[in-house]
Design a protein around this ligand. Structure first.
Ligand SMILES: [Zn+2]
Length: 463
């Protein structure tokens, strides 16, 4: 009898210990591993479980709804193709892309939602309401940039130079995520690459829009001074490499400001040759041309093969041809760095994740990314960029009553017509907006790209 009682007692203790172990393990899985398991793409239960969630909304900076899930559990994008490259899509066949993919856990409420809320939702068998994503983009500015680009292929990026907030990010052509399944095969077959986000993944030679960086590198390293004069005969052989000036111009004797305003290739090629390859590379790197910025959507790093390049490459690169490549995002950041006294802010697309009730779960504050050039040099370059718009190649970006700083670019493209560029910012004294525009095969940058930049600047300053 005593033996049986002892056995029951041992068994009881054994079960108690086992129960504690099981409970601890379950809590561990739910609380500590829950988030990582939920976000593991190998977890097939996530797809099945999505019916237990109401996906959160995606909002612009003013609370306008850019993506939401309706009562039929369909994902709706009220602005059609306007934000497609940034927001991406959620589709039962084609999966997820863009911010929808990157913030999947937050939008489903698996990340950032309190444990007890999820537990109560499960207990009452009610769906978990996901978190909302608040973007830095402004739908009003996005629309103006989209309209200004017209039927051209290309991209526009607009940034607040003081905060790094991306206010507009447009790429054309695009796609409408509301009708993805109907359109998929046509989109995939298209030669125009409509899924490519040209704003962050389109690599283009920057053409003359790189010249502010070259001038900054030369002034900061005292390779030249601002009182130096240069001679342009329209054609010159520099280090054995023959170079012709823009539009077959002969600019004669000019200073650096005039060389920038008129976009003189001969001056900038000779400046580039004196900067030298190593320093040129350092400045390209300092202006973050080779970076991807940890943005939550895919970004392609710009390109400049380091070292060992031919002398001719350096000369070509100094006028934005040759082997240097950049995305419109990179060029917008270069403009915003000169606008912000030489300080580059980290670009941001998302300002916060909030619960449906408006409780702030995660915020993404502004951060300094780099300071590639001294404030006094940045100001000198800004002065030159003002002259570009006042009387030079960027005249078509002029705005009544507002001083605009800018630089145009016409990038030779071995695959077809020249790409047209404009980068700029305004008001020059206290910049609120910096832009980059590229129009594929758009020809002369001052003609086609500058007026697009102008429209975006006017709208940004009216908001
Ligand atoms: Zn010239």
């Amino acid at each position: 009898m005593i033996f049986i009682e002892k056995s029951i007692k041992s068994l009881f203790i054994f079960f108690c210990v086992a129960l504690v172990i099981i409970i601890s393990y379950l809590v561990y899985i739910q609380v500590y591993l829950g988030e990582s398991l939920a976000n593991d793409s190998r977890n097939r239960r996530v797809a099945q479980k999505e019916s237990n969630f109401i996906r959160g909304r995606i909002l612009d900076r003013n609370g306008e709804i850019l993506a939401e899930t309706n009562d039929e559990k369909e994902r709706i994008y009220p602005r059609g193709d306007l934000f497609a490259h940034v927001i991406g899509y959620v589709d039962s066949i084609y999966g997820k892309s863009g911010l929808e993919a990157h913030f999947d856990g937050e939008l489903l409420g698996l990340k950032g939602t309190k444990f007890h809320t999820r537990l109560l939702d499960r207990f009452f068998k009610r769906p978990t309401i996901g978190n909302d994503l608040v973007l830095t983009l402004d739908a009003r500015l996005q629309q103006v940039a989209y309209d200004a680009l017209g039927d051209n292929k290309g991209a526009v990026v607009a940034i607040n130079p003081k905060s790094g907030e991306i206010l507009a990010c447009v790429s054309k052509p695009g796609f409408d995520p509301n009708i993805l399944q109907d359109e998929w095969s046509r989109l995939l077959k298209s030669d125009d690459a409509p899924f490519l986000n040209r704003a962050t993944q389109g690599l283009y030679p920057p053409g003359s829009s790189i010249k502010p960086v070259v001038a900054a590198a030369a002034l900061e390293n005292k390779v030249i001074t601002d009182s130096d004069r240069f001679l342009c005969d329209g054609r010159e052989i520099i280090n054995g490499y023959e170079i012709t000036c823009v539009e077959k111009e002969k600019h004669g004797e000019i200073n650096l400001i005039q060389a920038m305003a008129l976009s003189c290739n001969i001056t900038f090629a000779s400046i580039g040759a004196s900067i030298g390859e190593t320093r040129f590379y350092e400045y390209i790197k300092g202006f973050m041309l080779l970076d991807t910025f940890e943005l939550p959507i895919p970004v392609k790093a710009g390109r400049l093969p380091p070292g060992g390049a031919e002398r001719a490459d350096l000369i070509e690169n100094s006028i934005g041809q040759g082997k240097v490549l950049a995305t419109p995002l990179h060029m917008a950041l270069i403009a915003s760095t000169f606008a912000n006294n030489g300080v580059m802010m980290k670009p941001r697309l998302v300002s916060s994740v909030r619960s449906r009730e408006g409780r702030r779960i995660t915020s993404y504050p502004s951060e300094v990314l780099n300071a590639p050039v001294a404030p006094d040099v940045a100001r000198k370059i800004s002065e030159m960029m003002i002259e570009v718009v006042r009387y030079g190649t960027g005249k078509r970006a002029q705005i009544d009553g507002i001083i605009v700083a800018g630089k145009t670019g016409t990038a030779e493209n071995p695959g077809g017509g020249d790409h047209a560029w404009f980068i700029g910012f305004a008001p020059a004294g206290n910049p609120e907006i910096a832009v980059a525009v590229v129009v594929e095969n758009g020809g002369y940058g001052g003609v086609l790209a500058a007026p697009i930049g102008r429209k975006v600047i006017i709208k940004a300053l009216s908001l």
